[in-house]
Write a protein that binds this ligand. Structure first.
Ligand code: SF4
Length: 335
C-alpha cells in the first residue's frame, strides 16, 4: 500500500494562501482522489479539484492546464519533479511503498550471494521512485556483506532514480561498479538499464522478495524490436506521432524525422495529440508509426497497435543512420 502524507502539502497551501488547488494523480490513486481532496479542503480551507485524465509520469505535469482553470497551486502525486520550470507552483508528492526492513534484509542477502557467485564486489544501486527511500538501507546491508555499493546522481532525477526515459543516475556510477542492482518491480526498467551499461543487471523485487540476474529477457526483447525495425524499413508511408504533453514535446525531432523519412523515399506526415491512444490512429493511413512521445508507448504498448510502432532511435536504425549495436532506450531526460 502506497503511503500518502498530506501534512507538508497542506502547510504549503496555507502558507501560499492558495484558494483553489488542482490535484493530479496516476491511475492507481484514483480510488483515493476523493479522500485526498476532502482532506485538503478540510485541513487547508482551500477548494480542490482533480484531473481525471490518465497521468503516467512527471513529464505530464498539468501545471499549464491548472493555471488556465484558475488554480493557485498544483499537487502532483506519484512522481518526483522532472521539469525545470512550471506555469504555477507545483508540489510533487512521490509515494513510497511500505517495505518491511526484514524483507529488505532478506533481499540484500540474496543479492549479495548472487554477486559473490559471480565474483562481483562493487555494485551500483538504483530503483523506481517508490523504492528510493530504501536505497540507503540496502547500501548499508550490502556493505555489511562486503559489497561496496554506490548510488548515482542523475540529470533531473533523485539520487539513484531511474525512469523509463532517464537512466542518467546509473550512468553516473557504472564505471565504479561490476554490476547494477535495480530495486523495484517489472522488467521494463532493468531492460532499459541493460541497454545503457555493459555491466550485468540484477533485479531485486521487494514485492515478490526475489533477486535474480537479467539474462535471456534482453535478447528476447531485442528480437521483437528488430522485427519492428525490419517492418519499418519496408514501409512506404510513415506517421510521425508527437505528443503535446509538457515533458514529451519533441516537435522539432518529429519534423526532422519526417524529413529523414522523405529523404529515404517514404511518405511521412506528422500527427499530434496530448494523450497517445491507439484509437486515435483509426482512419490514419500509414505502414509504420514513429512515436516521439514517451518511449514506453513503442516498447510496452506495441501489442495495442495494428502497425509497427518505433521510437525515434529505432527508426534511425531502420533508415540506416544508426547501428543496431548502439540500441538503447530513448532518453527524454525531462527536457
Ligand atoms: S516520458 Fe519518461 S517520465 Fe514520462 S511517462 Fe514516459 S518514461 Fe515516465
Amino acid at each position: 500500500m502506497l503511503k500518502i502524507d498530506l501534512k507538508g502539502a497542506v502547510a504549503v497551501i496555507k502558507q501560499e494562501k492558495a484558494r483553489l488547488v488542482a490535484v493530479q494523480a496516476p491511475e492507481g490513486l484514483k480510488p483515493r482522489l476523493a479522500s485526498i481532496m476532502e482532506e485538503i479542503e478540510e485541513k487547508s480551507g482551500a477548494r480542490a479539484f482533480a484531473f481525471l485524465d490518465p497521468c503516467f509520469g512527471a513529464c505530464d505535469a498539468a501545471d499549464e492546464r491548472a493555471k488556465a482553470l484558475g488554480a493557485d497551486l498544483l499537487l502532483h502525486f506519484g512522481h518526483s519533479q522532472l521539469l525545470a520550470k512550471h506555469a504555477l507552483q507545483t508540489i510533487y508528492l512521490p509515494l513510497r511503498h511500505g517495505l518491511d526492513e526484514k524483507k529488505l534484509a532478506v533481499l540484500a542477502e540474496k543479492a549479495g550471494r548472487l554477486l559473490k557467485e559471480k565474483g562481483i564486489e562493487r555494485a551500483a544501486l538504483c530503483g523506481t521512485v517508490q523504492f528510493l527511500p530504501f536505497l540507503p538501507a540496502l547500501k548499508k546491508m550490502l556493505e555489511k556483506n562486503k559489497i561496496a555499493a554506490f548510488v548515482g546522481k542523475g540529470k533531473n532525477t533523485l539520487n539513484g532514480q531511474v525512469l523509463g526515459c532517464n537512466y542518467s543516475a546509473v550512468k553516473s556510477v557504472e564505471r565504479k561498479a561490476g554490476a547494477v542492482l535495480f530495486l523495484g518491480d517489472g522488467l521494463f526498467h532493468p531492460l532499459g538499464i541493460s541497454f545503457c551499461t555493459e555491466k550485468p543487471v540484477f533485479l531485486l523485487d521487494p514485492l515478490q522478495g526475489e533477486a535474480k540476474m537479467l539474462a535471456g529477457e534482453r535478447g528476447l526483447f531485442l528480437r521483437k524490436r528488430i522485427a519492428a525495425i525490419e517492418l519499418a524499413k519496408q514501409a512506404n508511408s510513415v506517421a510521425v506521432w508527437a505528443s503535446s504533453k509538457r515533458g514529451q514535446r519533441r516537435m522539432r525531432l518529429a519534423l526532422q524525422l519526417k524529413k529523414k523519412a522523405e529523404a529515404a523515399g517514404k511518405k511521412a506526415l506528422v500527427f499530434v495529440s496530448d494523450f497517445i491512444n491507439p484509437d486515435y490512429l483509426l482512419g490514419v493511413q500509414a505502414d509504420a508509426i514513429v512515436c516521439t512521445a514517451c518511449p514506453r508507448i513503442a516498447l510496452d504498448d506495441s501489442a495495442s497497435y495494428k502497425k509497427p510502432v518505433l521510437n525515434p532511435s529505432e527508426f534511425l536504425i531502420a533508415l540506416g543512420e544508426k547501428k543496431l549495436e548502439e540500441y538503447c532506450f530513448e532518453e527524454l531526460l525531462g527536457e
